[in-house]
Design a protein around this ligand. Structure first.
Ligand code: 13P
Length: 248
């Protein structure tokens, strides 16, 4: 099944207004055809980045949102607000939100539903901690996180899974090609059971965790690896675009 590769940059809490715009211009200038490319800057630079992306095909994304439409939720940002700024996708369940900010799975699930119901693409992040991998619990953990999505979220173009083993994020230690393929194949199989095979065959599953130009080709040439969610290496247009090119 040919799935269109999708590589997205998660800029996390990095950049300034000026450097975000410059990075976005660089990505827009070099984004290859034949795949989806996206960038997720901090909220406060979304507008500037959208302007910098101009009419390019690069998708604008957000790193988080809140599930309510509006109201007394101090500090939060709704899906409607994101759409108003031209946002096309939003991350859910990133390991830094789960484990650093301590966001519970129930909240992740509500956010995912709100993003999906709002018509945006959900990039739902799943992945085990090192102790969980060592204890043989990788599939169990990933399965539980996948269950934050419900089978009525069934537009395969708007559900993307990012497999991001926590021990590989920002550590320089990426999963091996085989470890990534094994987890991705498990995820696709689990989705075939919870949704159906056709849906699972069409869903893109990105790998995230120390992906860089040197290891991108090996990881993304695995059968069930359909792109990447890139942290550190997305902060320079050269390295991010080299990863994008490795996807096609
Ligand atoms: P790194 O690429 O910096 O390891 O981060 C991966 C990630 O968390 C993307 O969401």
């Amino acid at each position: 099944m040919a799935r269109k590769p999708f590589v997205a940059g998660n800029w996390k809490m990095n950049t300034t207004k000026a450097s975000a715009s410059e990075l976005a211009r660089g990505v827009a200038a070099g984004a290859p055809d034949g795949m989806d490319v996206g960038v997720a800057p901090p909220f406060v630079y979304l507008d500037a980045v959208r302007e910098a992306l101009g009419s390019s095909r690069v998708l604008l994304g957000a790193q988080d949102c809140y599930f309510e439409k509006n109201g007394a939720f101090t500090g939060e940002i709704s899906v409607e607000m994101l759409k108003d700024l031209g946002v096309k996708f939003c991350l859910t369940g990133h390991s830094e939100r789960r484990h650093v900010i301590k966001e519970p799975g129930e909240l992740v699930a509500k956010k995912a539903k709100a993003i999906y119901n709002g018509g945006l693409i959900v990039i739902h992040c799943v992945g085990e901690k090192l102790a969980e991998r060592d204890a043989g619990k990788t599939f169990e953990v990933v399965q539980k996180q996948l269950e934050e999505l419900t089978p009525d979220m069934n537009d395969a173009n708007r559900i993307v899974i990012a497999y991001e083993p926590v021990w590989a994020i920002g550590t320089g230690r990426n999963a091996t090609d085989q470890q990534a393929q094994e987890a991705h194949a498990y995820i696709r199989g689990a989705m075939a059971k919870r949704w159906n095979k056709d849906f699972a065959d069409r869903v893109r599953i990105q790998y995230g965790g120390s992906m860089k130009p040197e290891n991108a080709k090996g990881l993304m040439s695995q059968t069930d690896v359909d792109g990447g969610l890139i942290g550190g290496a997305s902060l320079k247009s050269d390295s991010f675009l080299a990863i994008c090119k490795a996807a096609i």
